[in-house]
Ligand binder design. Structure first.
Ligand code: SF4
Ligand code: SF4
Length: 332
């Protein structure tokens, strides 16, 4: 029996839209929070801690400090929480952070789909160039982890967390977008054009965050399993995989590139051939996958909120004092 269920992907698209809305709201609220502070008036919005998701390097330092010393960074605690939640979710549910949660992954996917519609063609990078380019994100990850995990001592991290630079790191990130330099604008434009032409260009080749969560997913319990007896070897799964994984030749997909996007499952014409599984035997449908993933991710965030490890300790008054000097604060 021929059976495809593209409709199942609505669960992933809904999740992506939900997260994107949260990120957009946080960005707008943060923009007005900082604007009000700069104008010397009472902020009309609360500061949204989730903007610290854009400080993953600080988050990694914070996690190292917590593991090594049991000390929690109170300046930008959500940076560590969001990183920990992303890694946990990707460990349990493959590299799902990239195709379910990450707003950059969502935008990158949407831009490529628009490009494909406009140009009516999809470009692929040759295999050997693709492999070479894919290593860039691991090199970047290697560089950051070497510096943070091996080179920086706990006391150096603590020292860094006490600098004015770290205190306004989130404001600097906002200014990166609102007061964009010409070089930044050109770089973003090039990335935009490349994402238009090539599927998931940023995620596939350049993102060290994706490389990190991908490595954790390798030792996780979920993966796509293909049942050879039911498979008719049509290759639809392979042709629809954004990571270009040879699913039709594998029994089990255990690649750091698999983002649990379900694109392969959704196009498989045989009902019993392809599944997302837990521990290699329990089948998980996409709806339950979405629910469990959201419960796990937001469960970690809620636990952090309840334990008081979510809101920044930097007050509006302190920011009012620091922001006028922001250009003087450079990375130590
Ligand atoms: S299409 Fe299948 S194998 Fe490819 S990334 Fe998505 S879930 Fe993984
Ligand atoms: S598992 Fe892949 S190759 Fe086999 S029937 Fe499904 S889509 Fe076709």
């Amino acid at each position: 029996m021929v059976y495809t269920n593209i409709n199942m992907l609505k669960w992933r698209y809904l999740t992506q839209c939900l997260i994107l809305l949260i990120v957009l709201y946080s960005g707008i609220a943060f923009y007005f929070y900082i604007s009000d502070i700069e104008q010397g008036i009472e902020p009309s919005f609360d500061r949204p801690p989730s903007v610290e998701g854009f400080l993953p390097i600080g988050g990694l330092m914070s996690l190292k400090l917590f593991v090594a010393e049991g000390v929690l960074d109170t300046i930008h605690p959500a940076a560590a929480i969001i990183l920990a939640a992303s890694v946990t979710v990707s460990f349990v549910f493959r590299k799902s952070f990239c195709s379910w949660i990450c707003p950059i992954g969502t935008l990158s996917e949407a831009i490529w789909k628009i490009g494909k519609k406009i140009m009516a063609v999809s470009f692929n990078i040759q295999k050997y160039i693709d492999y070479t380019l894919r290593s860039i994100k691991y090199l970047l990850l290697g560089f950051f982890t070497y510096i943070i995990l091996w080179q920086m001592s706990s006391s150096e991290i603590l020292e860094f967390f006490n600098t004015p630079y770290w205190k306004v790191a989130d404001v600097k990130m906002l200014k990166f977008f609102t007061d964009m330099t010409q070089a930044t604008a050109v770089t973003l434009l090039i990335l935009l054009l490349l994402s238009f032409i090539y599927k998931n260009f940023w995620c596939r080749y350049l993102c060290p965050y994706g490389a990190l969560v991908g490595l954790f997913s390798l030792v996780g319990p979920t993966r796509i399993i293909r049942y050879n007896d039911a498979c008719i070897h049509c290759g639809k799964c392979y042709n629809n995989c954004p990571a270009q994984l040879p699913i039709d030749k594998l029994k089990s997909v255990n690649s750091a590139e698999c983002t649990a996007c379900f694109s392969c499952v959704s196009v498989c014409p045989k009902k019993d051939a392809l599944f997302m599984t837990f521990a290699g035997k329990y089948r998980i449908d996409i709806k339950n996958f979405a629910i469990m993933l959201l419960v796990l991710f937001f469960g970690i965030v809620m636990a952090a909120r309840i334990s008081g490890y979510w809101q920044s300790s930097i007050s509006a008054e302190e920011l009012r004092y620091l922001i006028p000097k922001i250009k003087e604060f450079h990375h130590p």
